[in-house]
Design a protein around this ligand. Structure first.
Ligand SMILES: Nc1ncnc2c1ncn2[C@@H]1O[C@H](COP(=O)(O)OP(=O)(O)O)[C@@H](O)[C@H]1O
Ligand SMILES: [Mg+2]
Length: 389
């Protein structure tokens, strides 16, 4: 179409009146076609010139963007939008000269809409000629995200509760059996022998009650929201302390521990107490997986705005079918394991906005990777300096 108009404009001075009228008609129908295309795009589109006057809006823009006035064309972009935050955002973005994007919640017909607004400079012949504002309604997408998160939470709560139900079955069964035994002994006359037996059974009942209690306490720890006190943390220092702390235990078990630190590692906002607990659980599992020695490689890494911590052991590895269960509460392959170590690690890491990933090869070893986002680097550094003066 561009070519067609260009050619027509070149020819125009030589054309007679009638041909000119036909040409105008052709150009107009081309323009209408373009407008139909723009109007059928579901993304709100506003075009403004260099003076921030609106020169074009499509139908979606009229439907989605709150304007103060019905007369939109030629009005100043910042004045005519009936939302203070959006106007400020547009003014700032346009002033900066680069593309920007932000989400806004606006009230429209008794409903809250989530709009993602993008500002893109309109560049022609190497110069900025104005700006294009694009607004996409992402309300449904956002609602879906929330539903998904809720479903995820519910699912993890269901496995947790199922785990507890399974766990309390054994002590409850044992209590029931011992009470029946005591009832039997209480029938008829009591002698010393019977009393001794009753006392023994009562002891078992007591122990089982203690076990029930600790199951419930551990369960509550894993489901209760935690009180985190977040502070900027240097992972290199934290891990160096940990490696030092575990040094004796590793040596005793013939494990060589190697720590490779990334240079200039940004700080991460986390709760130091919980973070220590999480990494200790991971290292303890690694050590337990290498009963006849091996190597434990600990490393830090900075990639894609995230700080990664890796623990690679040369232990037994985890079979594929178990890999899916290791985060489940009470899943353990150890005689005296609680099966809560990784459940707790998972919860702690998630609470600190981190991710955990475990891959493993049977007979070769296991790698546990934690990652934490680095938000607003300069702010963290500032706070860190302030707290370490
Ligand atoms: N580094 C590892 N190497 C091999 N197996 C592991 C490793 N870490 C965890 N596991 C497996 O995951 C299970 C669950 O771990 P965890 O939740 O810490 O409970 P526990 O250590 O009490 O068994 C362990 O019993 C073990 O089978
Ligand atoms: Mg463990």
């Amino acid at each position: 179409m561009k070519k067609f108009i260009k050619k027509a404009m070149e020819k125009a001075p030589k054309l007679g009146k009638e041909r000119l009228i036909t040409l105008m008609g052709d150009i107009f129908s081309e323009y209408q076609q373009l407008e139909t295309v723009l109007n059928s795009i579901p993304i709100a589109t506003i075009v403004a010139d260099k003076q921030d006057r609106i020169i074009y809006v499509n139908k979606s823009a009229i439907a989605k963007i709150p304007f103060r006035n019905y007369e939109i064309i030629e009005k100043n972009l910042f004045d005519i939008i009936d939302d203070f935050d959006i106007s400020i955002f547009l003014a700032n973005s346009i002033g900066s000269g680069d593309s920007r994007s932000q989400e806004f919640i606006i009230a429209k017909d008794d409903k809250d809409l989530v709009l993602e607004i993008n500002v893109v400079p309109l560049v022609a012949n190497g110069a900025i000629q104005g700006n294009i504002v694009l607004a996409d309604d992402i309300t449904e997408q956002k609602e879906l995200d929330i539903q998904l998160k809720r479903a995820e939470k519910l699912a993890s709560l269901t496995t947790l509760t199922a785990g507890v139900a399974h766990e309390i079955k054994n002590p409850l069964g044992s209590i029931s059996i011992h009470i029946q035994l005591i009832q039997k002994l209480l029938k008829g006359d009591l002698d010393d022998d019977k009393i001794e037996k009753i006392n023994k059974f009562l002891l078992v009942v007591n122990e089982e009650i203690d076990r029930l209690n600790s199951i419930i306490v551990d369960f509550l720890f894993t489901v209760r929201p935690m009180n985190l006190s977040l502070e900027p943390i240097n992972m290199n220092n934290l891990l160096a302390d940990l490696v030092e702390f575990m040094h004796y235990e590793c040596e005793k078990q013939n494990i060589v521990c190697d720590f490779s630190q990334a240079e200039n590692l940004p700080l991460v906002r986390a709760d130091i107490k919980y973070l220590k607990q999480a990494v200790l659980n991971i290292v303890k599992n690694a050590i337990a997986a290498m009963p006849s020695g091996g190597t434990l490689k600990v490393a830090t890494l900075f990639k894609n705005s995230k700080v990664f911590i890796e623990f690679q052991d040369s232990g037994t590895g985890i079979p594929q079918e178990e890999l899916e269960k290791i985060f489940e509460p009470y899943f353990t392959t150890k005689d005296s394991g609680s099966g809560l170590g990784l459940t707790v690690v998972y919860k702690l890491v998630k609470e600190m906005k981190g991710e955990i990933n475990i891959d493993s090869e049977l007979g070769k070893g296991t790698r546990v990777t934690l990652s934490f986002p680095v938000e607003n680097r300069s702010k963290i550094l500032l706070e860190y300096n302030a707290t370490h003066r």
